[in-house]
Design a protein around this ligand. Structure first.
Ligand SMILES: Nc1nc2c(ncn2[C@@H]2O[C@H](COP(=O)(O)OP(=O)(O)OP(=O)(O)O)[C@@H](O)[C@H]2O)c(=O)[nH]1
Ligand SMILES: [Mg+2]
Length: 323
């Protein structure tokens, strides 16, 4: 594949055994989460007191380059709604961590630890409606069934072989959460394997800005006090989580976190405008320029589910009890 050979050319140390997949019901927030990774790395959104973090496409020709660019445009305009994903796409990118050279100690550590450690991601994204079929995917209705079957099979195959899986669930969308809950057992059966290959699974509870009142300046603080593992268990039920465990090798780690692409304002209120479905703090002709709007944007824990997959980085990820 052209993309893979490009990636190998730019980054000869690429770890090819790093195939991942992002899944979840339609409209759960999968593609938007992927699209903001690069920008989020520049905001200090990740608790990076020790590390500087950077996200780069594996090659300039990889589809993630365009996705990152579309997120920049959307954030500057404050108009987030993006198109539902119509087919399967493999995104290739890398996340780099390097120790901050802050203070004398930091400089010493940076010199000892040396250069950046990088993790390559090959992340398959697809239309959520093809995996979790009881969702009403209007987009899917326009595509022929043979195509849908192919997208579904491609995603199932990647799930079987993936070392890391991100599962997005939008807890504010009751229908989708219920669909996911109802479909999970059948979906696991369709995988038709005894055990998956996954070493780590991250559950991302998306759209966390919508958990509390639209103008509530305490929303961010309240969210920090709400355990995502408890919310996830309530959403999926213990039985479903136990069933998931039966498909996992014994040493698979499973953790979850709240995520929000929209994030919170500096006052702690959701940066979400229910009327436009876009950002509350957005560039306008009067007070806020495009640059200011982008600088004000503070997404919440969007990098964490990805870093968790790469191992070692467990900041803000809460273990999910599967028993
Ligand atoms: N308030 C809020 N809305 C969000 C957030 N993330 C996503 N959304 C909304 O959810 C919509 C769907 O997000 P997508 O990323 O396209 O969802 P998806 O899971 O890729 O959906 P499919 O491609 O259909 O499977 C976006 O257009 C946004 O309007 C978030 O963090 N906060
Ligand atoms: Mg999508």
């Amino acid at each position: 594949m052209a993309n893979e050979s490009n990636a190998a050319h730019y980054y000869p140390s690429m770890n090819t055994n790093n195939r991942n997949v992002i899944i979840g019901p339609m409209n759960a927030g999968k593609t938007l989460l992927l699209s903001v990774l690069q920008l989020a790395a520049g905001t200090g959104a990740y608790d990076s007191s020790l590390n500087e973090i950077s996200v780069r496409p594996s090659s300039g020709e990889d589809p993630i380059t365009r996705l990152f660019q579309s997120a920049r445009t959307a954030l500057i305009r404050g108009e987030i709604p993006i198109d539902a994903t119509a087919d399967t796409v493999d995104f290739n990118f890398e996340i780099g961590l390097r120790p901050k050279r802050k203070g004398i100690l930091g400089k010493i550590i940076a010199n000892i630890v040396g250069q950046e450690s990088t993790q390559q991601f090959s992340m398959l994204d697809g239309p959520g409606g093809t995996l979790f079929q009881s969702s009403k995917n209007t987009k899917s209705a326009e595509v022929d069934t043979a195509e849908l079957t192919r997208y579904r099979e491609e995603q199932l195959q990647r799930i079987r072989e993936a070392t890391g899986i991100i599962i997005c669930v939008d807890p504010t969308d009751n229908d989708a959460a219920m669909t996911f809950f109802l479909d999970l057992p059948r979906f696991l059966a369709d995988l038709n394997v005894r055990h998956l290959s996954a070493q780590r699974i991250s559950f991302a509870l998306t759209k966390a800005d919508r958990q509390y009142g639209e103008r509530d300046v305490n929303a961010e603080r309240k969210l920090r006090q709400t355990c995502p593992a408890e919310s996830l268990t309530r959403l999926l039920g213990r039985q479903n989580l136990r069933m998931l465990r039966t498909y996992l090798p014994n040493n698979t780690e499973v953790a979850c976190c709240w995520t929000s692409v929209f994030g919170f304002t500096t006052k702690g209120a959701p940066n979400f405008d229910r009327q436009t479905n876009g950002l509350a703090v957005r560039a306008n002709d009067e007070a806020i320029s495009a640059v200011e709007a982008l600088d004000e944007w503070r997404p919440h824990q969007v990098l964490e589910p990805f870093l968790y997959l790469s191992g070692g980085q467990k900041i803000n990820m809460i273990p999910v009890p599967l028993n």
